[in-house]
Design a protein around this ligand. Sequence first.
Ligand SMILES: [Mn+2]
Length: 344
Amino acid sequence: MVDAADLVAFRKHLEGANTVAITSHRSPDADAVGTSLALARFLRSSGKDVTCLLPDAPDEALDWMEGVEDIVLFDRDPGKAQDILHRADVLFALDYNGMGRLGPMADAARSATGTWLMVDHHMGPEDFPAAQVHDARCSSTAELLWGVIAGLGGKDAVEPVMASLLYAGMMTDTGSFRFASVSAETHRVIAEMMDRGLQHTPVHEAIFGEQPMDRMKLHAFAVVERMEVHPEFQTAFIHLTAEDMARFNYRAGYTEGLVNKALGVAGVKVAVFAKQSTDRVKMSFRSVGKYSVRDLAEQHFDGGGHNNAAGGASNESIGMVMARLRGLLPEIAAGLKAAEEGMS
Ligand SMILES: [Mn+2]
């Protein structure tokens, strides 16, 4: 939920601002990109000069989002991105709360002199913003941003395109409205957006409707050849090497959702997906129930996120990472037991 005092602060900081830069995290997902584009539409409608900036490109699955082609990408155009960051009167941090999440864009962002405002739903926010709308229990940044836009401009400021962008963030961050983070408020926000012309079916179609055959084959291969289930520890891992991904002509977004296949195995409570990327091994952690994969990711793999969904990374080889994960199985099992007994 959005606090009225936070909105007063947002309004005050935005009043005198002409130039606004909207930023979100590295490997941007639908919540990151959808909220960036929705907020840009809202602020432009009130006469601001707005630019969206991301450290790197979003998945192709988000190509349908209106305005996505105008986003400035730091890894393609660092000079331009830096210039925009430095000229901005107000800078928004959406769907992240630590500069480290910007990866290579972090230094340029840290040296920006404008006023930072944050809208985010991850735990443990850093204190760089002058004002923030933050709720770690909220389903998504999109749900919070609905409150911000409705609070600043009235609910009717959310037109159908903006609604579809926010809906995409809410839908994907909740695993299609399945996770514990979904509240009555989540559904109320969607009802309000449907009253204002939201078409939800095209959003589902665009994101889940069809997929490239290579992606489907990569998922099948990962499950058949690269999934290891450890029933005695209620844990499953999937890993992919660079060769595996090259074999199926890997493109950004192809491994999205793969971790949920491992989590979907009967009896599995903790799942980890690890893939070799250009400079490091990237990991996704998922759990069901009270056991926090955020702590696991934070303590062992320089990561963070939510209790049931977290990310991490390592500079070790994929083989080393998998060996370390297997070594952690007893610790995971003990954590699961403690969480079940309500001790964690
Ligand atoms: Mn999010």
